[in-house]
Design a binder for this molecule. Structure first.
Ligand code: CO
Length: 252
């Protein structure tokens, strides 16, 4: 085995030993069953490790990840994970998690060709095209994170529209769908406030979240414009102010 890989086994042994030392019987306790309360549908990006950033242990989070955190209605892989999570494990929450500066979203936005994955990212381009009028009103550097958020809204609604979630709601099972965005720049999660826990709530949750998203980004554009104007007026060319002005709004 290469040194690189044997290092992973070394690290694994250390991790298992320290976990067991901290909590004796930890692994044997998980043998018989898992009963996670949460399901995470996130991006495959290596900078967004699901368990770690919500500080949950093995057994506490049921995870599915793919490029750009999509729920495509013909994707048997993702649907099977959701079905098992809802019908067998009885998770209470399904959380769609996008992240800022997502490479998949950026490629989709820019029509960047990477190969087979372009077909997968076509779904993100559909989201882009649906919201084209809004996105075209944003400056280039803000557009990617706005599309990340729009994609979270769309994928959250897609989860709500699966037969699995609809059937669960119909039989009175308690399961809520949420949409969050993780900030690569500060390690924090933001709630996109598209939570739905019944079929009747989905349309309103989507509309309200979308209106709030648009308002936030338009406000960010205005703040950015006024900062640029005041910077120009003071004659400052500080890279710090230009860095701050190109950031997503702090209220996100
Ligand atoms: Co990503």
């Amino acid at each position: 085995m290469s040194r690189e890989l044997s290092e992973l086994f070394d690290r694994n042994r250390q991790w298992a030993a320290s976990t067991e030392a901290r909590s004796p019987g930890f692994f044997t306790g998980l043998l018989s069953q898992q009963s996670p309360r949460y399901m995470w549908l996130g991006c495959a990006d290596s900078r967004v490790p699901a368990n770690e950033l919500v500080d949950l242990l093995p057994g506490e989070l049921f995870v599915h990840r793919n490029v750009a955190n999509l729920l495509v209605h013909s994707d048997l892989n993702a649907l099977s994970v959701i079905q098992y999570a809802v019908d067998v494990l009885g998770v209470q929450h399904i959380i769609v998690v996008g992240h800022s500066k997502c490479g998949g979203v950026r490629a989709a936005l820019d029509n960047h060709r990477s190969g087979l994955v372009d077909n997968w990212l076509r779904h993100v381009q559909d989201v882009r095209d649906t919201h084209e009028a809004f996105l075209s009103g944003l400056p280039d550097e803000l557009r990617i994170d706005a599309l990340v958020e729009l994609n979270v809204l769309e994928q959250s609604r897609n989860v709500c529209r699966t037969t699995i979630v609809r059937d669960a709601w119909q039989r009175g099972q308690s399961v809520a769908v949420h949409g969050w965005v993780y900030g690569l720049h500060d390690g924090l999660l933001r709630d996109m406030a598209i939570t739905a826990s019944a079929h009747e709530e989905v349309a309103d949750a989507y509309d309200v979240a979308l209106a709030s998203l648009r308002q936030r980004w338009r406000q960010a554009v205005r703040q950015r414009a006024s900062r640029t104007t005041s910077t120009e007026a003071s004659g400052s060319t500080s890279p710090i102010s230009s860095t701050v002005s190109s950031r997503a709004p702090s209220s996100l």
